[in-house]
Design a protein around this ligand. Structure first.
Ligand code: SF4
Length: 684
């Protein structure tokens, strides 16, 4: 690998940050980042955004395909690399069937890439085995939103609506670190923050509730109990716009705040105060994020907070609402266009005959040839190399040996494959163990669309030329598809051409993009899906008149507390929880290449209460060993007096942290329980 020289240029390009779902507005002058007015970011950028261009010419940048020979990854030409992949895929499919090849995508891929990847898997490979890393971070919110509202759009209102809120309840979200410019929208509101840590966001809260990890659902039940018992239930809203309250209340009735206090550690008086604050607000929002979702009961946990929002009459009311803060850059669009095991483009279900017929017609194939549904992300990774499981994996935009739960086991599964192919911009930890590595373009080097956390479709424009030797993911998919016998025009390489096909494939679906065009996006139109025709202005606010269920009502769903899948015990007495820090993003594959970010947070650390550290014979700055039933990681001790003594926190941007985490899956969303597992703390 060599340092990539980016030619200096004065050309200015308006685009968006490559990282999180806030998709802050950015102006690139050549490869120099500047901020730009945009509604979600208000002209702001966080440190990750300011330094994003560093990855464009990083010495860690991949600029040529690599093929494993004699145990080493060695440079190869594109033809050699693609021919080798296609030949081995064809051999495996002939010998073991189409499902012997699996595909894994990512929530950072553009809509065009996510769409073409799903089509490639189902049409060129004929495999049902495709899923993506969004299963690790959004699926429980999606499942709960679908269940309650009949449709999943994380935030069914523009972010800027939050500016008029009197009270905002943030559950399991730390936007002050994960998306700092977002906080400007909360400046006028009283904040209630639910988080086991006194996070940067909790520091700004008027009321901070600190439940033990894994007890968030019980806390939602307690606050809802207080809403009803203290006379705050919005009877007319519940009668006119919802169904199922009585069944949900039968569960909630048994969770009075004092009982909830014993389970969660949150004082009953604070639960009642939260209920009164929310009920007394003229405009209020309930917002959830990964802390709510990443549980073996994540769908029910999000559902419990939705029930609270419904009891207060918030969803579908102008100036109030329920929303979910999507994490990954294209967390919303990435789950709509077909890289998820159970979906086809337009947020269609793959087991719906009408949906299959529509998409198959766009693709020019018989509906009966569309495979699926396949396995969910962790189940797919867990099945690699097992009897009947996939023997080859094509990975796009994901670093699973760092980001998947029980990551040591996932690395073991990868090592059993006949073929592992990784397409990435840098030599990630997963790319290092691949058989073939394909160097691909990144955000500023290509056109594409992203859908931000409020369901707004954004155009991310090409600002600089990619390094010689690097190709787009769309190029890679066409190169492989044609080698597998597909016509080239079935897999276009121009992003706008792919998007135009996506528009047709999504037409009439829940996430209808048919009225979104590159021309409208270039003109700066704010288009929130659904946009069913090119004259349609988009749908910034959903559910104002009715919800998406056939009867137009939102549904209360009875949900009960069950606790974490792995409670602490004598051998593993602490609850570990994981999350993000300001300076790093997801698996850290990109941000760990940016010197300014690495200087700020160079290594994995573990936050520990000083008494807990002392009990383990550790002091601030010591190296500790954190061990769960699945693995162990060494981490630098940070003593934090505000932390619960029974909890430790680790940022997941570093290899080894997810060796600890529990792959127990939510039964509905199939999302793993990243947010809590039992560990012990020791001197190494
Ligand atoms: Fe904005 Fe998120 Fe990028 Fe930070 S990482 S600049 S908050 S889009």
């Amino acid at each position: 690998m060599t340092l990539v020289a980016i030619p200096a240029t004065d050309t200015q390009t308006d685009t968006h940050c490559p990282y999180c779902a806030l998709q802050c507005g950015m102006r690139l002058t050549g490869a120099v980042v500047g901020p730009r007015e945009f509604p979600t970011s208000g002209g702001g950028l966080c440190q990750k955004g300011w330094t994003a261009a560093t990855v464009l010419d990083s010495p860690g940048r991949l600029t040529e395909p690599l093929v494993r020979q004699g145990g080493e990854l060695r440079p190869a030409s594109w033809d050699v690399a693609l021919d080798l992949i296609a030949t081995r895929l064809a051999e495996l499919r002939a010998a073991h069937g189409a499902d012997s090849v699996a595909v894994f995508g990512g929530g950072g891929l553009t809509n065009e890439k996510a769409y073409l990847l799903g089509k490639f898997a189902r049409v060129a490979l004929g495999t049902a085995q495709i899923d993506y890393n969004g299963r690790f971070c959004m699926s429980s919110a999606a499942a709960a939103g679908l269940r309650a509202f009949g449709l999943d759009r994380g935030m069914p209102f523009p972010v800027t609506d939050l500016a008029d809120a009197d009270v905002v309840l943030l559950v399991g979200a730390n936007p002050a670190e994960t998306m700092p410019p977002f906080m400007q929208h909360l400046a006028g509101a009283e904040l209630i923050v639910v988080d086991p840590r006194r996070s940067a966001t909790a520091e700004q809260a008027g009321l901070h509730l600190r439940p033990a990890p894994g007890t968030d659902l019980a806390l939602a039940l307690g606050i809802l109990h207080a809403v009803v018992a203290d006379g705050h239930l919005r009877h007319s809203y519940v009668a006119d716009r919802t169904s199922g309250f009585d069944a949900a209340w039968r569960v909630v009735a048994a969770w009075w705040p004092e009982r909830v206090e014993r389970v969660t550690g949150v004082a009953a008086a604070d639960q009642r105060r939260a209920a009164a604050l929310l009920a007394g607000a003229r405009r209020a929002y309930v917002l959830t994020a990964r802390g709510t979702e990443q549980h073996a009961s994540g769908t029910d946990t999000v559902g419990a907070w939705i029930n609270l929002a419904l009891a207060l009459g918030l969803p579908g009311r102008r100036g109030s609402g329920f929303g979910c803060l999507t994490g990954q850059g294209n967390g919303q669009g990435g789950r709509e266009h077909g890289q998820k095991a159970d979906q086809l483009p337009g947020y269609r279900r793959i087991d719906d005959p009408a949906a299959r017929a529509h998409v198959a017609a766009v693709w020019g194939v018989p509906p009966s040839t569309l495979p699926g549904p396949g396995r969910s992300a962790y189940e797919l990774l867990d099945s690699l190399g097992t009897p009947g499981g996939p023997r080859a994996l094509l990975l796009f935009g994901s670093n699973v040996t760092v980001s998947a739960p029980r990551s040591d086991h996932v690395a073991d599964r990868l090592s059993t494959l006949d073929l592992l192919v990784v397409a990435d911009v840098v030599l990630s930890e997963t790319a290092r163990v691949a058989d073939v590595v394909l160097p691909v373009t990144q955000w500023a080097e290509e056109d594409g669309t992203m859908t931000n956390l409020e369901g707004r479709v954004l155009l991310r424009r090409k600002a600089v030329a990619p390094p010689p030797g690097v190709r787009t993911d769309l190029d890679v998919l066409q190169g492989l598809a044609t080698r597998l016998g597909q016509p080239a025009d079935r897999f276009p390489v121009e992003a706008e051409a792919v998007f135009d096909e996506l528009r047709r494939a999504s037409a009439g679906g829940p996430a209808d993009y048919s009225g979104v065009t590159y021309a409208r996006l270039r003109d700066g139109e704010a288009l929130h899906w659904p946009v069913p025709d090119t004259d349609h202005p988009g749908t910034p606010r959903m559910f104002l008149d009715s919800f998406a269920h056939p009867d137009g009502r939102a549904r209360f769903v009875p949900v009960d507390h069950s606790g974490p899948a792995e409670p602490p015990d004598a051998e593993f007495p602490l609850r570990a929880t994981t999350g993000r820090v300001l300076q790093h993003y997801q698996s850290g594959a990109q941000t760990r290449l940016v010197p300014a970010l690495v200087d700020a947070v160079p290594e994995v650390f573990v936050e520990v209460h000083p008494d807990t550290a002392a009990h383990a014979g550790l002091s601030d700055g010591d190296l500790a060993s954190v061990t769960s039933r699945r693995g162990s990681v060494h981490a630098r001790v940070r003593c934090v007096a505000s932390l619960r003594p029974d909890v430790v926190f680790l940022p997941f941007h570093f290899p080894g942290v997810n060796a600890l985490t529990n792959p127990a899956l939510d039964p509905t969303s199939r999302m793993p329980e990243f947010k809590v597992c039992a560990v012990r703390l020791e001197t190494p």
